[in-house]
Design a protein around this ligand. Structure first.
Ligand code: ADP
Length: 540
């Protein structure tokens, strides 16, 4: 007969994370770039005290557990305080991506029923445009002191964050409630239809953040200083604002300054050991460092994901800069990290190229997430590294249903990701493409990701993107977009010849378009939808 274990059942609540940091790592620093420029620094103990003050301030605004609070903000210390003050009070922290179309922003703020919206001064014009269409928001709080809070024409309800919390006590008893209570809300980008809400529970976030500290994931400890470039306005910044205080790591928040020079200088001045971001950010960082011959003094590791990290870029980080690359995969619906790649001891004798080829894959699932790939009939495919099908996930921090939606997205209890992947015998997953990006040609598939990675391997290429264009005979054919490195010369014939030496002949794109830049969305990903809109004609 089964017996119940005789252990305590303490709920997994986010308030416990910041209080843990305050008590155990009270003097570990949080450094934050203010929206108006200067660096601000304090400790986890001070951060926790201000989160409690915010909790009291929210109460004074008449808010109650269950209410949603929106944010349109950079990675900074006040946003961090809100992560804890809001969720810790039993309210829902609704992070909004400022680069969504204003109509979509209005839609999600109304859909989430945000009562208060916290915003950075950068986004004052946006707030001015959307506020009249968000009647349920009664207070707009600028994450600044009074001097740096702009007045916004037509909106009387703008408050300064510092003024709001100043009169409040930092004494606050965090409420205790069911760990399945909603803590945060993030909407998908809504490339098709309206954005859909992923409503994260305290339990899901705490467990994901614990996984983030594991050596096989981000490996965060008091020996680290982590700089998340991944935005706090999307997918919880991969839960780093939770796992850093949990692991006792110093947290360095870059605010609005995300260009290569600012990031490099902050990494150096704050002795950052690990960072995390999408590949386009790393491309920009290296584009700044390379011509100046700069090197990292303390950076040892970088987490990368959100879109595929080309092998050539992994090689550059590892060989030239001695920075270990951790390539992971996740999506809005998976709270944060789902899989992460690391090298197993048996790869010790491998060549650098072999290791980098392995790290170009998206890695093994973290404990807490199960993965499988299925064919069109829903049958599980073998873990042989070549059978490709739709990636399905389930686990402690995987979405079960969308916010306020009647229909379940699940298939037999698994979440269908819309990504096409393979899994090998060791559990290493490789994203081959998104179902909407894969190029279907003559009944076969071409992976746009593989073609882009190959193109970025050419020394004159800064960025590459591939889309499928309708073709009367072959259904679709690949069209390649290239951004040349500054000062580099490269013509169509040369890049096509280069690709012919790297991929199957029938994969070689039918045409190449050179651009000055690629359209990049709010989360730093190339917007292939935009390219399709503009260039998606028919090949003859
Ligand atoms: P969107 O990109 O539409 O804003 P998300 O931010 O939720 O949505 O992104 C999730 C998607 O990003 C995944 O489904 C996958 O297609 C892609 N993705 C995430 N990490 C990687 C990676 N390491 N390699 C390739 N694709 C990735």
């Amino acid at each position: 007969m089964l017996q119940t274990g005789l252990m305590m059942e303490r709920p997994l609540l986010l308030s416990s994370v910041i209080e843990h940091a305050a008590k155990q790592y009270g003097d570990v620093e949080v450094v934050s770039r203010e929206t108006h420029g200067p660096l601000f620094r304090y400790t986890y103990a001070q951060c926790a005290a201000r989160a409690r003050r915010l909790a009291n301030a929210l109460k004074s605004l008449g808010l109650a557990p269950g209410n949603a609070i929106g944010s349109i903000a950079w990675n900074n210390h006040r946003h961090l305080e809100a992560y804890y003050g809001v969720s810790g009070s039993g309210m829902v922290m609704h992070t909004c991506n400022p680069r969504l179309h204003p109509q979509q922003l209005i839609y999600i703020i109304n859909h989430a029923e945000d009562r208060v919206v916290l915003f950075d001064a950068t986004f004052a014009p946006l707030v001015k445009a959307i506020a009249p269409h968000c009647p349920q928001v009664h207070t707009w709080v600028c994450l600044a002191d009074a001097a740096n809070t702009p007045s916004i024409e037509g909106i009387n309800s703008v408050r300064s964050y510092e003024e709001l919390i100043a009169p409040c006590s930092d004494d606050f008893e965090w409420p205790e409630f069911d760990e399945r209570t909603a803590a945060a809300l993030c909407y998908t980008s809504g490339t098709t239809g309206n954005p859909k809400g992923a409503l994260y529970s305290h339990r899901a976030i705490v467990l994901n953040a614990m996984a983030g500290c594991m050596p096989s994931v981000l490996s965060l400890s008091p020996n680290d200083a982590i700089l998340p470039v991944v935005p706090m306005f999307h997918i919880n910044a991969w839960c780093i604002p939770y796992s850093a205080p949990m692991g006792g790591a110093k947290l360095v928040l870059p605010g609005p300054k995300l260009d290569g020079q600012s990031l490099y200088e902050l990494m150096e001045s704050e002795a950052v050991t690990i960072s995390a971001g999408v590949p386009t950010i790393w491309q920009a960082l290296l584009a700044y460092m390379e011509p100046l011959g700069l090197r990292f003094t303390t950076m040892r590791k970088t987490g990368v994901g959100g879109s595929a990290m080309p092998q050539a870029l992994i090689a550059k980080f590892m060989d030239t800069y001695q920075v270990e690359v951790r390539h992971g995969w996740g999506m809005t619906e998976t709270t944060a990290i789902g899989t992460m790649g690391t090298l197993l001891p048996k790869t010790q004798g491998w060549t650098s190229e072999q290791k980098q080829a392995l790290l170009a894959k998206q890695g093994r699932s973290a404990f807490g997430v199960e993965i499988k790939v299925v064919n069109d009939e829903g049958n599980t495919l073998p873990r042989d590294g070549t059978s490709q099908g739709e990636l399905m996930v389930r686990g402690h921090w995987i979405l079960a249903s969308y916010y306020k939606s009647e229909t379940s997205p699940l298939v037999d209890g698994w979440f269908p990701t819309g990504d096409i992947a393979t899994i090998d015998a060791e559990g290493t997953m490789q994203i081959r493409d998104r179902t909407k990006d894969v190029i279907k040609t003559g009944g076969e598939w071409i992976s746009s990701i593989d073609l882009e990675s190959a193109a970025v391997g050419h020394p004159a290429v800064a960025m590459a993107a591939v889309i499928g264009i309708k073709h009367p005979k072959w259904d679709e054919r690949p069209l390649l977009f290239i951004v040349r490195k500054p000062g580099a010369s490269l013509e169509k014939e040369e890049i096509l010849e280069f690709l012919a030496s790297k991929v199957a002949k029938w994969w070689v794109p039918d045409d190449v378009i050179f651009l000055d830049s690629l359209p990049v969305g709010g989360t730093g990903k190339v917007q292939k939808g935009e390219l399709r809109k503009q260039y998606g004609g028919v090949f003859s």
